[in-house]
Design a protein around this ligand. Structure first.
Ligand code: SAM
Length: 252
């Protein structure tokens, strides 16, 4: 039995991530991204920062793009590499912190999906991430990302939640408790996971995630001082009633 504290997207969390997010409509999200990309720019090469298990990358590679993912969780990277193995030559995944990314060649579009920008909670990390994106995308290229919008988030505060996911041999129990850190413009969720086999506890892990939320004018300003022009924002496809907004911007 292991308890990992401090590490985010650790082994137990990351290895059950896809099963846990079974209801997330990645196909709808990629279709929304593709429509925006084809309208706004010529996009071949796409970089996905905080790519997780590579679900967006797989659909983009399938659609013919050359893709690179970066993630700091080794187990997320392992799964993304396995998922993309059949696109060898035009899909790869690097393990590391997105703040250290220094691409050899610029990309036509950079993505940060599912609150990856919001995981860069303090101003220094946030501006650092935006500077990385600016270096990574070509002039007039696109930056597309989703964030938690402050207004719906504060209206309907995140709720505590419990649930179970099964596979043939195991059950994973998850309990999430949320705390709003209004002064820090973030919310924190503590996740506790218990993995059972045959009714016996075999692994336990706890993680504490902190995610920043944003207002539109704040984003506009952050993008402008980082060398981007905000082009648009819309509810993220597949989660239109939630607080997730897709935002897209052009590198000036
Ligand atoms: C909520 S998950 C989203 C994964 C994926 N983009 C998706 O939509 O399913 C956030 C991911 O961002 C990664 N991440 C957060 N901050 C990061 C950083 N500074 N550098 C690299 N990866 C980061 C985490 O490891 C995790 O895999």
């Amino acid at each position: 039995m292991t308890t990992v504290d401090g590490e985010l997207f650790g082994r137990l969390y990351a290895s059950w991530y896809d099963r846990w997010h079974d209801g997330k409509d990645y196909a709808a999200e990629v279709s929304q991204l593709s429509q925006i990309m084809s309208r706004e720019a010529r996009v071949d090469r796409v970089l996905d920062l905080g790519c997780g298990t590579g679900q967006h990358l797989e659909l983009l590679a399938e659609a013919g793009h050359t893709v690179l993912g970066v993630d700091r969780s080794p187990v997320m990277v392992q799964q993304a590499r396995a998922r993309l193995a059949r696109y060898r030559g035009r899909a790869s995944v690097l393990h590391g912190d997105l703040l250290d990314v220094q691409p050899d060649e610029p990309f036509d579009a950079v993505l940060m999906m599912y609150s990856v920008l919001g995981y860069q909670v303090d101003n220094e990390a946030l501006l650092g991430a935006l500077a990385v994106v600016h270096r990574a995308v070509r002039p007039a290229g696109l930056f597309l990302f989703d964030v938690l919008d402050a207004i719906p988030l504060l209206r309907r505060r995140p709720r505590d939640d419990v649930g179970i996911v099964d596979d043939l041999d195991h059950q994973l129990l998850r309990a999430t408790s949320c705390t709003l850190l209004a002064g820090e413009q973030a919310y924190e969720f503590a996740v506790r996971l218990w993995l059972l086999r045959g009714g016996r506890l075999v692994e336990h892990a706890e993680e504490r995630h902190r995610v920043r939320f944003f207002l539109r004018r704040e984003l506009e300003l952050l993008l402008a001082i980082s060398g981007f022009r905000l082009l648009g924002a819309a509810p993220l496809a597949g989660s239109t009633r939630g607080p997730n907004r897709l935002v897209w911007a052009r590198r000036i």
